[in-house]
Design a protein around this ligand. Structure first.
Ligand SMILES: NC(=O)c1ccc[n+]([C@@H]2O[C@H](COP(=O)([O-])OP(=O)(O)OC[C@H]3O[C@@H](n4cnc5c(N)ncnc54)[C@H](O)[C@@H]3O)[C@@H](O)[C@H]2O)c1
Length: 270
């Protein structure tokens, strides 16, 4: 009998890559998504491959979560991995964020993570499985336009620690991955050309991450290589968080012929 992994928001993007990664490792991957069109497309693309199943689920709707997780766990009473990946982003200046915007982001990102984890817990205990919550670098570093999104992701990181403490007692590990910018539909929608260039400037590895790189990190946290890791937030971000005040102009000077000596001196002299 295969191990079972449930991945929310997995009809496309990072979630789909995570589902494929678990499948490649021999897991049966259960894909949940709210978008019926994307879900049907995903099912069609994977129809030749064994080891996937598909459920329409709105992770922000308690009833929908209860119904879908009951159906899944009736079929698979032991679950080995739950990845809370479903998320939405509304990027607006703080004063333009309506309460509806705020509530929508919190409902999917934060409530969805809470609801799915709670609904899955008995089956995770039965499988001695593990949870990975998908946060974001926007929950680690504050930035413009992300008052709802960034706050929801910061809350997911604390929720991860709360879950790690209580679920850990039952043998269920809980960790989070905070990706930097990753090339997906969501990124294409909300990242303008300007934003792309600025990210490349601000990230030491000078590029977006790939969905495969995030899936590798998530799989590692659920794997036998990570059995003593619990309550941790792993930033898969090309060094973005570590860079802190690493101003692009100062970093650029490292590549100058004098190794930035002239600029460093002028900074010291000023
Ligand atoms: N792409 C990035 O740059 C980036 C960076 C950091 C974090 N993330 C996080 O990674 C996760 C995946 O992002 P992505 O870029 O693949 O996004 P995406 O928009 O391509 O995919 C998200 C999926 O979640 C589904 N979804 C949305 N609301 C849902 C709901 N209520 N119930 C069930 N499914 C729902 C969507 O239909 C979609 O298929 C999100 O949590 C996002 O916040 C993404």
């Amino acid at each position: 009998m295969s191990k079972i992994a449930i991945i929310t928001g997995a009809a496309r993007g990072i979630g789909l890559e995570i589902a494929k990664r678990f499948n490649k490792e021999g897991y049966h991957a259960v894909i949940l998504d709210i978008n019926a069109t994307e879900l049907a497309k995903c099912e069609e693309n994977l129809k030749e491959q064994k080891g996937f199943s598909f459920f329409n689920c709105d992770v922000s709707n308690h009833q929908s979560v209860i119904e879908v997780f009951t159906q899944i766990t009736n079929q698979y009473p032991a679950i080995h991995a739950l990845v809370n990946n479903a998320g939405i982003a509304i990027f607006k200046p703080a004063e333009e964020v309506s309460f509806e915007d705020w509530s929508a982001v919190m409902s999917v990102n934060l409530n969805g993570t809470f609801l799915c984890s709670q609904a899955c817990l008995p089956a995770l205990v039965a499988g001695q499985g593990s949870i990975v919550n998908i946060a974001s670098i926007s929950g680690v570093r504050a930035s413009t336009l992300r008052i709802a999104y960034g706050t929801s992701k910061a809350a997911i990181m604390h929720l991860t620690k709360q879950q790690a403490v209580e679920y850990g007692n039952k043998g269920v590990r809980v960790n989070a991955v905070a990706p930097g910018p990753v090339e997906t539909e969501m990124a294409r929608l909300v990242h303008s050309a300007d934003i792309r260039t600025s990210y490349a400037d601000a990230i030491p590895l000078a590029r977006y991450g790939t969905t495969e790189e995030i899936a590798n990190t998530v799989y590692f946290l659920c794997s036998p290589q990570a059995t003593y890791i619990n309550g941790q937030i792993i930033c898969a971000d090309g060094g973005f968080d570590a860079a802190g005040v690493g101003l692009p102009s100062l970093r650029g000077s490292l590549n100058s012929p004098d190794g930035g000596l002239e600029l460093s001196n002028s900074v010291i002299n000023n």
